[in-house]
Design a binder for this molecule. Sequence first.
Ligand code: KMH
Ligand code: ZN
Length: 276
Amino acid sequence: MDPLVITVAPVGGELTRERQPHLPLAADEIAEEVARCREAGASIVHLHVRDEDGAPSQSRDHFARAVDAIKRSAPDIVIQTSTGGSVGMTEEERVQPLDLKPEMATLTTGTVNFGDEVFENPFPLVERFFLRMREIGVQPEFEVFDTGMVETARRLTEEHDAEPRHRHFDLVLGVPGGMAGTAGAVVHMASILPSGATWSATGIGRTHLPVTLAALALGGHVRTGFEDTIYYGEGRLAETNAELIARVSRIAGEVGREVATPDRAREIVGITRRSG
Ligand code: KMH
Ligand code: ZN
């Protein structure tokens, strides 16, 4: 098995301090949290940012501040900016962080019910985001919430990549409206990915541990952090993102799975252009 790539998602696009009092909001708070997560074993940060009032923002400037701060606090970590943003944001808002030419960015390849709301990703928008990433050398991480989204990612790459390129997926399971966060769902999703693709899995809320353990056992990779779960255990809020990352690292150590460095993570997920 490859060494384990652990991605931290420390902020999210929906969470508030009312629900998670330890949520980092300002650029320097995010950067300090990312440094702690890097020490605990994270090699990629899935990044959302906030404005001066703590509200979700996809603005280029807010992203630039957080990216600069992270480059100082955790210089070797892979920065993966979100193009999902928050439910309801426009395409123009969501695309902005790509202007910073991050090494990696997320790309959700379909529309999904998201609790009481709808996370809208019509094919033309997905295709435009994908082509922009290819144009500027950003490696997409295909965020797939159900099986149809895998097929859309396959279609995009088959229609637009003249030469086969490495494809990396994140199975986002346990969203109310998407696929269940069970070990069986991880097994099924992993079985339908294009051959040669790599993948991580994200278990939302209380599905975090079953999804994480299934991914570890199958040779996949893992994402966690406040965006995905605010609890460390039953009824106990996590105090830092780093404690969630440290637990995944410890479990990997117990089962003999090495934890990837950021440079090894770059090789595994297919990043070919290192950011400056
Ligand atoms: N906030 C979710 C609706 C992404 O970052 O690309 C979308 C999301 C996906 O978090
Ligand atoms: Zn996200």
